[in-house]
Design a protein around this ligand. Structure first.
Ligand code: MRU
Length: 354
């Protein structure tokens, strides 16, 4: 398959061009819209770590391409060097970011294929790994549309929907999870408007969610994170829809730092709090939210932005990139298999019984 899986999409977060992976550089949006090329597992891992690509499903898709690229880069190696190089590729990608479980889900899937086809000719291995990377991305888009259709039914016509971070096309292979629900509701003819939390410190809401909505003429209002409670108290928010990086077996939800605060506020004001969550984001090996690894990012993201520093040199800083919302604050999980209201260990387990 030489064509990208998503030639028709408006926002192609990842695309396959001339034997390389190209990804929109999300660090510079919306000031600049440009693609960066990647040709190895280490390159993709660095792109994930540096947040060229971010968002749980997009990270998983990128990692799958990283494995396919590594195989292609090792095309002329001896079989022993090829096998050793592949193992290094898996390790370097797994070490890129710790919280989004889609990364490990995707690598596990690529590894299962790699183990099964290891004995084949190297050219055949490369083709099969690339085909699976394309399929993981294509499947992500299909899943997002399925979640979108389930979630759209939850939003009344005219709903003002608050979202946190970016769980849109940019965070996935296309359509988005939380923004996919909003897009599907709009496509179903509902008049939806979006309230985008700025999302300190990396500004995914201000830079990415607002940009995506503006591209499609979906009404969007940008607020700073500390304005959400005020708007809720004035009756200006009808629903919250967010994405997630990892859901524990009991339904606790890890998502972008600040999500927990939004969930507490939503409960206080009787506003439904929905989490758009593909099954690939549920981690049954983790019993509850306390066991989800939370990434700590560099202090510079908090003391300033790009070239501008506003905090004193030497100040102590914390920068946890995610927080955990307890399951009891979640009105429903929106999955590709349907809506799970008041998620708990039993209802989450049932999702995996076919
Ligand atoms: O640090 P980021 O930008 O990768 O964090 C992304 C989020 O927290 C998203 O809400 C989550 O990955 C869901 S994306 C569909």
């Amino acid at each position: 398959m030489s064509q990208s899986f998503n030639e028709q999409q408006v926002v192609q977060t990842l695309r396959w061009r001339d034997g390389r992976l190209e990804m929109i550089d999300q660090r510079v949006l919306p000031a600049k819209f440009e693609y960066l090329p990647f040709g190895s597992a280490a390159g993709v891992a660095e792109g994930i770590r540096a947040m060229v690509v971010r968002g749980a499903p997009a990270i998983g898709c990128a990692a799958a391409y990283g494995i396919a690229l590594e195989a292609a880069a090792l095309r002329d190696a001896t079989r022993e060097a090829f096998c050793d190089g592949m193992e290094v590729g898996f390790d370097v990608l797994a070490a890129s970011r710790p919280t989004a479980v889609n990364l490990f889900w995707s690598l596990k899937r690529m590894r299962a294929l790699w183990i099964a086809i290891k004995h084949l000719a190297i050219a055949e291995i490369i083709d099969q790994l690339l085909a699976q990377a394309h399929e993981i991305s294509a499947e992500d888009v299909r899943i997002n549309h399925a979640m979108g259709n389930h979630g759209a039914a939850l939003l009344p016509d005219g709903a003002r929907v608050l979202t946190h971070c970016n769980a849109g096309a940019l965070a996935t292979a296309g359509h988005g999870t939380a923004l996919g629900v909003i897009r599907s509701a709009v496509q179903a003819g509902k008049r939806i408007s979006v309230i985008a939390d700025e999302t300190r410190p990396f500004l995914q809401g201000a830079r990415l969610t607002a940009w995506e909505m503006v591209q499609e003429n979906i009404p969007v209002t940008l607020i700073t994170d500390n304005m959400a409670g005020h708007l809720m108290s004035r009756g200006e928010v009808d629903a919250v829809v967010v994405g997630t990086d990892r859901v524990a077996a009991n339904g606790d939800v890890a998502n972008k730092i600040g999500t927990y605060m939004v969930a507490v506020l939503a409960q206080r004001h009787g506003i439904p709090f929905y989490v758009a969550c593909p099954l690939s984001t549920i981690d049954l090996t983790v019993p509850d939210g306390a066991a989800i690894p939370i990434e700590e990012r560099p202090a510079e993201e908090v003391t300033g932005f790009r070239q501008c520093q506003w905090a004193a040199n030497g100040v102590a800083v914390r920068n946890p990139a995610f927080d955990v919302t307890p399951a009891e604050l979640v009105t429903a999980l929106i999955t590709e298999k349907g809506v799970v209201t008041r998620p708990n260990r039993k209802s989450i387990g049932d999702l995996f019984v076919s």
